[in-house]
Design a protein around this ligand. Structure first.
Ligand code: NAD
Length: 479
């Protein structure tokens, strides 16, 4: 990968790939193998990238919607044709099991196609100016205009599809982008940038800056010529970005703490297998992964047994092996944190039912019960392969407990009763409620975001494209 990048020429500025004096390694989290080195951007690179992106924004604005759509369709087709190479790249730089990486590529193709379709659909409408006295002689309409330069900042866990969720809608709406991919997993984003340029994207419409967010994040997000910051990542970083960005358009896709409620009338086998897949897929490094499961007292033992059986059937190990369900975490520090939080919960009375062991970056799927509500593993986003069981008798208490999290994206409920489902769906504080499914379901076309603190904006191509646009009213006075 190092040589494929041209000895670390990983900064895309003004349509050209550049290196930098300062470089950082990219490592395979499973094997520890060095995959290459990428350039570390600094404030000087930001200046040049934003200046280029401003010219790119002018070019994108002039590009017809049909041409934007054609480019995005071409990129989707090229990605589909090269899917296996992209999937392998995701697995080698993140440790995500190859079957999940293939699913991510298929979803990224869909995200680009949805963006291509949105490009020709993003139209305004006429306004009934004569609906209020004084407007009788007026007629007109509104249109969507691009906002300009968008800084897009993405995390490591879906290093391709989450980048597509920024670039696709941004280009569909006629903007340019300065992309800052995750430092641990920037290589697949570089591959995507090359593919977009080859598909005909105007060369200054996309700049890409690799390196550490702490080195140049403030210079980028606080830049006066950046019209919008679209961020996906952790809440602490999101908060720092909001401070540095100041008054500009912000989209914040932050973390979650996925709660699931299992009622006494639920299909226990189905609920258990969905929860295991939702908790341990991508080694739990998933913003909508299952983290807390509230189980009705009368089915608690049966559910626990079914969950343990499904957990024990998981294949843990080499992510390139097509049979593997759970691979490594992104780094040893994150794996150590998972064990530390598990130990903390157990020291405070939790029962360890499975897992709790680590070998390097690999944390065995871990199941806890009797976890105190204020233990770190319950009240913070885990973002790892640890799930906790809680017992309840009263649905309202379970909903209150499920809602007791700073950050919420999805919640889930298993029940066969329509009345229960409708009641809980209305009361759960979440941006999406999955019924008879785990929290871990997302269609890339649906509105997606957070509920509660820090939530700003929605992704899901159509919604993101609108947030990356501004309306302009054109009004004719005929009198
Ligand atoms: P992170 O917040 O550590 O990093 C995300 C990105 O921010 C990286 O590219 C990083 O380099 C950059 N960054 C760091 N400091 C910065 C700064 N000061 N200025 C600008 N950029 C800076 O997140 P992560 O560990 O890569 O990913 C995990 C987090 O992402 C979890 O909290 C997870 O829930 C969240 N996430 C959310 C969604 C969603 O759609 N809501 C999806 C996936 C992941």
């Amino acid at each position: 990968m190092h040589s494929a990048l041209g000895a670390g020429r990983s900064l895309l500025i003004g349509g050209r790939w550049e290196a930098a004096d300062d470089m950082m390694p990219v490592t395979n989290p499973w094997s520890g193998e060095a995959l290459g080195a990428v350039a570390c951007a600094d404030a000087g690179h930001v200046e040049r990238a934003v200046a280029s992106a401003l010219r790119g924004a002018a070019a994108m604005r002039l590009l017809s919607t049909g041409e934007r759509s054609r480019i995005l369709h071409a990129a989707a087709a090229a990605l589909e044709a090269d899917n296996e190479r992209f999937a392998a790249a995701i697995t080698t730089e993140t440790g995500k099991p190859i079957r999940a990486a293939r699913r991510e590529v298929a979803r990224a193709v869909n995200t680009l196609r949805l963006s291509a379709e949105e490009a020709v659909r993003l139209a305004g409408e006429t306004i009934a100016f004569d609906s209020f006295p004084g407007g009788e002689a007026r007629s007109g309409y509104y249109v969507y205009e691009p906002v300009g330069v968008i800084a897009a900042i993405t995390p490591f866990n879906d290093p391709l599809n989450l980048v597509c969720h920024k670039l696709g809608p941004a280009f569909a709406a006629g903007n340019s982008v300065v992309l800052k991919p995750a430092e641990q997993a920037p290589l697949v984003a570089i591959m995507l940038a090359r593919l977009l340029l080859a598909a005909g994207l105007p060369e200054e419409a996309l700049c890409l800056l690799t390196g550490r967010g702490s080195d140049f994040g403030d210079a980028l997000t606080g830049h006066a010529d950046v019209a919008m910051v679209s961020f996906t990542g952790g809440a602490h970083v999101g908060e720092a970005i909001c401070r540095a960005a100041g008054i500009k358009r912000l989209a914040m896709e932050l973390g979650g703490n996925g709660p699931v409620i299992v009622m006494d009338d639920a299909n226990i086998e189905k609920a258990a297998s969905a929860c295991v897949a939702g908790a341990f897929g991508a080694a739990g490094q998933n913003c909508i992964g299952v983290q807390r499961i509230y189980v009705h007292d009368t089915v608690f033992n049966a559910f626990q047994a079914a969950l343990l059986a499904a957990l024990k059937a998981l294949r843990v190990g080499d992510p390139m092996d097509g049979e593997t369900d759970v691979g490594p975490m992104i780094g040893a520090t994150e794996a150590e944190r998972m064990i530390a939080w598990t130990v903390e919960a157990v020291s405070r009375g939790a029962t360890l039912l499975a897992g709790g062991e680590r070998a390097g970056t690999l944390v065995r799927p871990t199941l806890l019960a009797n976890v105190p509500d204020d233990a770190s593993i319950a009240c913070h986003e885990a973002f790892g392969p640890v799930v906790s069981l809680f017992r309840f008798t009263d649905l309202d208490a379970a909903i209150d407990a499920a809602n007791r999290a700073d950050y919420a994206i999805h919640a889930a409920l298993f029940s066969e009763s329509l009345r229960t489902v409708r009641y809980a769906a209305a009361r759960l504080r979440a941006a999406g409620v999955m019924i008879n499914d785990s929290t871990d379901y997302r269609l890339d076309a649906m509105p997606f975001g957070g509920a509660g603190r820090g939530n700003m904006g929605r992704e899901g191509v159509r919604y993101a494209a609108r947030e990356m646009s501004q309306t302009k009213v054109i009004c004719f006075h005929d009198a």
